[in-house]
Write a protein that binds this ligand. Structure first.
Ligand code: FE2
Ligand code: FE2
Length: 324
């Protein structure tokens, strides 16, 4: 099997004080222990699949309702439905592996026993997410997998090679995981396969803790940073946002579904038009609103996005809250 070796070095901090120092962080750790679930025991893997083989509502397919869509046969629509789902879930499965690795580094780097304990639980959470999504692809989508998109690889290379925990946290717990949460919410709502719905719901229970880590751990770092350090963090936040908000086109899914180059160009054009009038696609609209509420507002609240980067965000279609 293919694997990727990423070289780097990190500092391991060995703590000797195991008393509670950060009560909120210890509380998050307690919740993590209490709310563990097990994909082998708690997911109804033998629930019947849908009669037609769809796993998501067709509305989640970018070209739904377009002239290209109207020309597809029922069999082609079902095939595309499954391939697009597998493409999105492949992206998420790599994200879970990357999150597990990044958090295992953070167990080493973070100072404070409360922070280390919490990160240790996140390592286990992400391993379970990696496991459950892989199992879904294997058992419900015929083992369909798609390659890791370039933007995702670049983002994780950066997360996994930076030596500073707060840089990892900005990109992982605040940007990438909020993006993943929006994806899981959207897929959970649009799932027609009950197993997919259940998996998304369970993963989401864990993800709110992970974002909680960022929201608890980062404000003091941002507050104590010099102007230059703050700007570096802000630029890094923007880079991470650019990576997650652009470049996720399920090209290989369309290719495997038999779309020609001309048809794929038509799909891309349609996507651009939809993005320009963003009131068209129901789920895309929901997704954006959700991303804004949970990501951009949080980042702005802790001082990681300021007026300085308003134009850079606008280029991504992201509007900074005016209070920031
Ligand atoms: Fe996860
Ligand atoms: Fe997570």
């Amino acid at each position: 099997m293919e694997r990727r070796v990423i070289s780097g070095s990190i500092d391991t901090v060995f703590e000797f004080d195991y008393s509670v120092q950060a009560e909120d962080m210890r509380g998050l750790y307690e919740k993590a222990k209490r709310d563990q679930w097990n994909a082998s025991r708690d997911v109804t893997w033998n629930a019947p699949a849908t009669d037609d083989g769809r796993v998501l509502s067709d509305e989640l397919i970018d070209i739904y309702g377009s002239p290209i869509w109207e020309r597809l046969s029922e069999r082609e629509r079902v095939d595309l439905n499954r391939r697009i789902a597998a493409w999105r879930l492949s992206v998420l499965v790599y994200g879970e592996q990357g999150a597990m690795l990044a958090c295992s580094q953070m167990v080493d780097i973070v100072t404070g026993t409360d922070q280390k304990f919490f990160q240790a639980t996140q390592v286990a959470d992400e391993a379970r997410h990696n496991e459950v999504l892989e199992r879904y692809l294997e058992t419900r989508l015929d083992g369909l997998h798609y390659p890791m998109p370039e933007n995702e690889r670049v983002l994780f290379d950066s997360i996994l090679t930076d030596r500073r925990w707060y840089v990892k946290t900005i990109a992982l717990q605040l940007v990438a995981e909020t993006f993943a949460v929006s994806m899981f919410k959207m897929m959970g709502e649009a799932a027609v396969d009950p197993v997919l719905k259940e998996i998304c719901r369970r993963i989401l229970q864990d993800e709110s803790r992970h974002m909680g880590f960022g929201m608890l751990a980062l404000p003091s770092v941002v507050n104590e940073a010099s102007t230059a350090e703050r700007q570096e963090m802000e630029d890094y936040t923007c880079m991470a946002l650019e990576k997650v908000l652009t470049g996720f086109f399920p090209l290989e899914a369309y290719q495997d579904a038999g779309f020609s180059k001309a048809q794929i160009d038509e799909v891309r054009r349609h996507r651009r038009e939809v993005a320009a009038h963003n009131d068209y696609a129901v789920y895309r609209k929901y997704f954006r609103r959700d991303m804004h509420a949970s990501m951009v507002n949080n980042l702005a609240r802790i001082g990681l996005l300021t007026e300085r980067v308003r134009p850079r965000l606008a280029a991504l279609g992201v509007e900074l809250p005016t209070a920031a």
